[in-house]
Design a protein around this ligand. Structure first.
Ligand code: AMP
Length: 288
């Protein structure tokens, strides 16, 4: 597996692979890889001749009061995981390699970026769209793999690719969970033992919401209330948002009659966790 922090070295390999007619799959990550990331890399491995994993804590998607400085990092362990799955290249640039001093260009998707996590993280999705655009251009990937764990991100990247005619296919992958239902996340390491135990409340609450929708409930506010009440029954939990939005425009819905995303963001102590499920055509496609 090639390990590099240089854009020029990635491009050199990509040129070689493209010349040989090989397909390329890209898995963008911020590192500290776990089984959620591994599931994306495995899928990319199955569907492409060459697999590139980017491992970059992207500074421009963090707000000034967020956890850029403390975000967990372990490049050696990441390399082991990628090598084990058979990735061909891991790209681990320094921020200065991605953003030179005179960097001024940003990409953004309006409307979809404004609700849900966009409310508390106003610059986040422009940072994501910008880094993802750079990674698409650097790797010339045929396919890129994103987790439903970050459902708003997945919807935004898909829309950006469609609106701006990027030559890439976005592949969405299901949420991988711990045995007790907590969605795997690099940020779970911030949780103290008692918080880790209580964090299962997100999945418990969403499971109840899923059950209601599966049983035919179409009143979105009713489902939101039940899910919110369950989360708030846990004293350590503080709701940032609990919402049901349509899965195309990410706008709040009153009535569930098409594809919807039910998403939550919850502070457990000081740690902000997100989770969700999607219902397409009145059929739940994600919940374990
Ligand atoms: P991150 O390193 O947190 O930026 O995540 C990189 C990619 O892995 C994103 O597309 C995430 O949605 C995806 N991902 C993170 N956690 C999970 C999970 N538990 N299940 C599936 N995909 C995940």
């Amino acid at each position: 597996m090639i390990k590099t922090g240089k854009i020029s070295e990635v491009k050199e390999n990509v040129r070689k692979w493209k010349k040989a007619g090989l397909s390329i799959g890209l898995v963008p990550t911020m590192g500290y890889l776990h089984e959620g990331h591994a599931s994306l890399i495995k899928k990319a491995r199955e569907e492409n001749d060459k697999v590139i994993v980017s491992d970059f804590v992207n500074p421009i998607q963090f707000g000034p009061k967020e956890d850029l400085g403390t975000y967990p990092r372990d490049f050696e362990a990441d390399c082991k995981l990628c090598e084990g799955i058979g990735a061909d290249l891991i790209f681990h640039p320094e921020p200065s390699e991605m953003y030179e001093g005179d960097f001024h260009s940003y990409v953004g998707v309006n409307t979809l970026s404004e609700g849900l996590c966009g409310k508390t993280r106003p610059i986040h999705f422009n940072g994501v769209c910008t880094v993802v655009t750079k990674l698409f251009n650097i790797t010339e990937a045929d396919r890129a793999y994103f987790g439903q764990k970050d459902a708003q991100q997945l919807a935004i990247v898909r829309r950006m690719v469609r609106d701006l005619n990027y030559n890439i296919t976005i592949v969405g992958c299901p949420i991988i969970r711990e045995e007790d239902g907590l969605a795997k996340s690099s940020r779970n390491t911030y949780l103290k033992p008692d918080e880790r135990e209580k964090a299962t409340i997100l999945h418990k609450a969403l499971s109840e919401g899923e059950r209601m929708v599966r049983d035919g409930e179409t009143d979105a506010n009713k489902v939101v209330k039940v899910v919110r009440d369950i989360i708030e029954s846990e004293p350590l939990a503080k709701v940032d948002y609990v919402e049901i939005v349509d899965w195309n425009e990410l706008q709040k819905v009153e009535k569930i009659d098409g594809p919807i995303l039910m998403a939550v963001a919850v502070y457990i102590g000081k740690v902000r966790l997100i989770d969700n499920f999607i219902v397409e055509n009145s059929m739940v496609i994600e919940m374990v």
